[in-house]
Design a protein around this ligand. Structure first.
Ligand code: 13P
Length: 250
């Protein structure tokens, strides 16, 4: 089954509205007519209206880096799915390793967020990945299976179609150390097999699994070019229009 790749920019906590608009204005002409892959930008919540307005009329999708699982309520500092949708956001990251590491996000929270995102028709990008100590002690497969099983608890095969998974080995994020294509492909196979176990082979065959972790213009092709790798989630190299466009057009 052919899966249309998704190339996504996670801007993390970077850019002002003016910088975000300048990015989109410069980026759109660089990818005009690019139809091979889906493109998405994930800016901070305060940038969303600016980025959505700037990208209007293009095929570039815009999403949040995080959502809360509640519909609304007294959750200071959080963003609801309803708020995201009201400004035109269509996608959301869930369970990025920085959320897990610095903000205590557990598999259980990731699961609740996934349920909320699907209920409201967002495209969720669920992030998983092992830390260095887990890889070095041979626990990578166990960690990935546990994260996937935790995230997917209670999700039915019927509901799962929009889900995207991002495999982001934590030791490759922001370090300049990229997983080799072999390492990434192995991990993707483990993830896909776990999805097949939970939701059946058809869902597993259709689900997109992105690679993230020091993706750059010069390594994009060797990674995204792999049959098992259905796109990329890019941090640092997505902050400049020319570099992100070069990755999109690998
Ligand atoms: P880098 O591309 O900067 O390693 O970040 C990857 C990432 O965390 C994307 O979500």
């Amino acid at each position: 089954m052919s899966r249309k790749a998704l190339i996504a920019a996670n801007w993390k906590m970077f850019k002002t509205p003016a910088e975000a608009k300048a990015f989109v204005d410069a980026f759109l002409p660089l990818v005009a007519g690019h139809d091979r892959d889906k493109i998405a930008l994930f800016p901070s919540p305060v940038l969303l209206p600016t980025v959505i307005a700037a990208a209007k009329g293009s095929k570039v999708a815009i999403g949040a880096q995080n959502i809360h699982f509640a519909e609304e309520g007294a959750f200071t500092g959080e963003t609801s799915v309803g708020q995201l949708k009201a400004v035109g956001g269509t996608h959301t990251l869930i369970g990025h390793s920085e959320r897990r590491q610095y903000f205590g996000e557990t598999d259980e929270i990731v699961n609740k967020k996934l349920h909320t995102a699907l209920k409201h028709g967002l495209v969720p990008v669920v992030c998983v990945g092992e830390v260095l100590a887990e890889r070095e002690s041979g626990k990578t497969a166990d960690v990935l299976k546990k994260q996937i099983a935790g995230a997917f608890a209670g999700i039915t095969a019927e509901a799962a179609a929009p889900i995207v998974i991002a495999y982001e080995p934590v030791w490759a994020i922001g370090t300049g150390k990229t997983a080799t294509p072999e390492i990434a492909v192995d991990a993707h196979k483990i993830i896909r097999a776990e999805v097949a176990k939970l939701l059946g082979p058809a869902v597993a065959a259709g689900i997109r699994i992105l690679y993230g972790g020091s993706v750059k213009p010069d390594n994009a092709k060797t990674l995204i070019g792999q049959e098992e790798i259905d796109g990329a989630l890019v941090g640092g190299a997505s902050l400049k229009p020319d570099s992100f466009a070069a990755i999109v057009k690998y």
